[in-house]
Each structure stands twice: as structure tokens, then as C-alpha cells.
Design a protein around this ligand. Structure first.
Ligand code: PLP
Length: 428
């Protein structure tokens, strides 16, 4: 027998990473620490916590023991050095860029992103003076062409919502490395079970935990994972939050003091502390519980989705299906390399009879829920042209992959015969 401790497998980490029986009560499940603040041992202890000389609890806006278990678990599942859980996926994105950017800085992002992220980057971030340059997620070289001296990061989704495009993370990551830029990947649609972006060059991973990590459609949350791979002290560009002496921490240089987990620390002690979008302990608890079954759920999500996509591809009322899990799909080869265990649970398809057929389908389904979310145990449906993309012009809708004929599904964990039966009866 070897003395080297074996790294636990993914399913073991999904249940145990970060957790231990509660030292006070013996409670086996991580408790919900529903408290806003924590008593210091003495004045020296308080001073050392505030000076970042020791780690511990101060105030739930900055950290909480339930949240800490969630963070350690996700860091383990993503292979990162540390993580920071926050109130939503959008809050995670805001804190990441707040840590990296100064007014006038820019970043390059794939244009095939969740529509809410496109809005956040185009409009809300502009108010902070942060600019986005758009690249084509299917053309890695377009990221390189969009880089300017003001560029501070590269951003994409591993599997894009909703287009089902799987990005060539290896190729985009190489470009980021060549230009000395941190590579940020939103891994929401794949989850760490299907894809670990760090293995493909990512330096920072973000998630909307609202989707597959939580998995039950009951809580909003986001997380930032520090992969520990980017050397901020040696970086080509000066990331001030990390490398300049910090006036609010006695001149401490975060990247020097915290090394390969300094990005996660900077996000917590500068981003979360000052911007404030903390996750509620109850939401952290629900998401932590959801993660325990992530491997099982993702297997079943992928198997059900492949069966539904295969069925729809042959349906006479369906013009096309975009699902990378289909061997005939243009994204299948990249998916087999980036997310080999499956292509996830979300895909789009087009109805031959266009807009009216889309509205009729969402009105006729019985098992599917007509709503704007993904990554639930329940099967979900939306017709973007009449809902999320309603305000756009026809041309903008088509460019965003939300033309009049497009329907998005997020396939749940019900019996697949019932899911297919519901679509068939609703298609008429
Ligand atoms: C891929 C992706 N990233 C980020 C977000 C934003 O997450 P949240 O709704 O938790 O703020 C979403 C939400 O749908 C998403 O689908």
C-alpha cells in the first residue's frame, strides 16, 4: 500500500469537501449559521482579524461559516485554491471586474453569452468606466484581434447560454496567456462535473449557483473561484487592487501576502466588503445541499437532454436543433474535448411555423414550466422572442440567437418519456 493520500473522487468531494461535524453540537449536516456577527475572543483577536493577520469571522457581509463550507467545496470541485460565494451570478461577475479593472480599462468577451451578462457588460459596467470589446466565441483568433493596450482580461462561457456553443477554452486560454491576461470562464451551464475550466487554461471561474450547482430552482447565488494560476506580482499589467500597498490594510500588498489565493482574498476584502452583495446563509445551505447530488443530477440531465434533442431533431414541426451532444452537431467535436461527460441540459431548437408556433408551444405544455430560468430538477421552457428578447428589434433578436422561431429548453430530471410526451402533445 502506498502512503500517498489518494485524492478523493468528484462524488466524494461533492458530499464532503469543506465539511466536518459541527464541533459544538456534533450536527452532521453543515448548520445554517444565521447570524450577522461574531464575538471576538479579546481585543488582540479583533485587531488581528481586522488587519488580515488571522482568518476568522467578523461580520456576515464579509464571511459566514455556512458560506465558508460552500466555498471550500466549490474550490475543491473546480480544482481552485479558494473561492468566494456571493449573492448571485451577476454579483460574482461585478466583483471579479471590480477587482481587476480601473476606470478606462477594457476586457474582451465572447458575444455568445447569457443575455443578462451582455446587458451588464454593455450598460452597467459602462457606468464604472469599464469597457467591453466583443469577440466571436466560435473564432478564438477574434479574441486576439480585439486585444488593445487597455485590455485587462478575457471572458467567455464554457458552454454558452442559450446557443449551446461550446467554446474552445484551450485555444482562447492560450491567447490570454500569450498576452499576459487572466482568463475568466463562466462555467454555469456545464458545472464542474462536466467541465473544469482550469484544466483548459482558466485563471478565474465564475458560476451562477442559481442553476445546476444549487440545482433545485430555490435560491439565487454566485461564486468566484481563484484557480491560483495567475502571477499578479509578475503580471504584464498592473492590477492595482492586488499589487499596490493597501491603505485600508496598513499598506499590505495582497498578492504578496496571499500568493496563489490572493485573487479570492481581494474579491472578499475589497469587493464583497465594499460593494456588499453577500449570500444569505440559508441560500448557502440550500446550494450546499444541492451540490451533494450534482454528479447524479448532471448524468441524468445529460441523458434526458440527449434523448429529447434526438427526438425533436426528427419531429416534423421542428426545423433545427442546436445541441452539442448530438453527434451531428457542429459543436460536438469541441464538446467531446471540453466537456466529455455530456453537453448539459440546455439547448435551443427552431419551429418551422415561427413566432406563433413558439407562443402556442409555451401555452400548451403541461409538465414543462414556462419561466426564465435554467438548471432546475423541473423541465423549463421559454420562447425568447416573446419574453426575454421582446424589447429588441427583429435583427437584434436574430443576432442574439433569439429569432422568432427559437425555443429554449432546460431539461429536468423527470421520466424522459413524460418530458417527450409533453412536448409532443403541445406541438400538436
Ligand atoms: C450563464 C449564466 N451566467 C450568469 C448568470 C447570472 O446569474 P444570476 O441570475 O444568479 O445572477 C446566468 C443567469 O441566468 C447565466 O445563465
Amino acid at each position: 500500500m502506498s502512503d500517498t493520500p489518494k485524492t478523493p473522487g468528484f462524488a466524494t468531494l461533492a458530499i464532503h469537501a469543506g465539511a466536518a461535524p459541527d464541533p459544538t453540537t456534533g450536527a452532521r449536516v453543515t448548520p445554517i449559521y444565521q447570524t450577522s456577527s461574531y464575538v471576538f475572543n479579546d481585543a488582540d483577536h479583533a485587531a488581528s482579524l481586522f488587519g488580515l493577520e488571522s482568518f476568522g469571522n467578523i461580520y456576515t457581509r464579509i464571511g459566514n461559516p455556512t458560506q465558508a463550507v460552500l466555498e471550500q467545496r466549490i474550490a475543491a470541485l473546480e480544482g481552485g485554491t479558494a473561492a468566494l460565494a456571493v449573492a448571485s451570478g451577476h454579483a460574482a461577475q461585478m466583483i471579479v471586474f471590480h477587482t481587476l479593472m480601473e476606470t478606462g480599462d477594457s476586457f474582451v468577451a465572447a458575444r455568445q453569452l447569457y443575455g443578462g451578462s451582455v446587458n451588464q457588460f454593455n450598460h452597467a459596467f459602462k457606468k464604472f468606466g469599464w469597457n467591453v470589446a466583443w469577440a466571436d466565441g466560435t473564432d478564438p483568433e477574434s479574441f486576439e484581434r480585439a486585444i488593445t493596450p487597455a485590455t485587462r482580461a478575457i471572458y467567455c462561457e464554457s458552454v454558452a447560454n442559450p446557443g449551446g456553443i461550446v467554446m474552445d477554452l484551450d485555444a482562447i486560454g492560450k491567447i490570454a496567456k500569450k498576452h499576459g491576461l487572466p482568463f475568466i470562464v463562466d462555467n454555469t451551464m456545464a458545472s464542474p462535473y462536466l467541465c473544469q475550466p482550469k484544466q483548459h487554461g482558466a485563471d478565474i471561474v465564475v458560476h451562477s449557483m442559481t442553476k445546476f450547482l444549487g440545482g433545485h430552482g430555490n435560491s439565487i447565488g454566485g461564486v468566484i473561484v481563484d484557480c491560483g494560476t495567475f502571477d499578479w506580482m509578475q503580471a504584464k499589467h498592473k492590477y492595482k487592487t492586488l499589487v499596490e500597498p493597501n491603505a485600508s490594510y496598513n499598506g499590505m500588498v495582497l498578492a504578496e501576502t496571499f500568493g496563489n489565493f490572493s485573487f479570492a482574498i481581494a474579491c472578499r476584502v475589497m469587493g464583497l466588503r465594499d460593494l456588499g452583495p453577500a449570500i444569505a446563509p440559508f441560500n448557502a445551505f440550500l446550494i450546499l445541499t444541492g451540490i451533494e447530488t450534482l454528479p447524479l443530477r448532471m448524468e441524468k440531465h445529460c441523458a434526458n437532454t440527449l434523448a429529447v434533442a434526438t427526438h425533436l431533431a426528427k419531429h416534423p414541426k421542428v426545423a433545427w436543433v442546436n445541441y452539442a451532444g448530438l453527434t451531428s452537431d457542429k459543436n460536438h467535436a469541441i464538446q467531446s474535448r471540453i466537456a466529455p461527460k455530456g453537453a448539459g441540459a440546455v439547448f435551443t431548437f427552431g419551429l418551422r411555423d415561427g413566432y406563433k408556433a413558439g407562443v402556442s408551444l409555451v401555452s400548451n405544455v403541461k409538465l414543462f414550466s414556462h419561466l426564465a430560468n435554467i438548471g432546475d430538477t423541473r423541465s423549463l421552457i421559454i420562447h425568447p422572442a416573446s419574453t426575454t428578447h421582446r424589447q429588441l428589434t427583429d435583427a437584434q433578436r436574430v443576432a442574439a440567437g433569439a429569432g422568432p422561431d427559437v425555443v429554449r429548453l432546460s431539461i429536468g430530471l423527470e421520466d424522459v418519456a413524460d418530458i417527450i410526451g409533453d412536448l409532443d402533445q403541445a406541438l400538436g
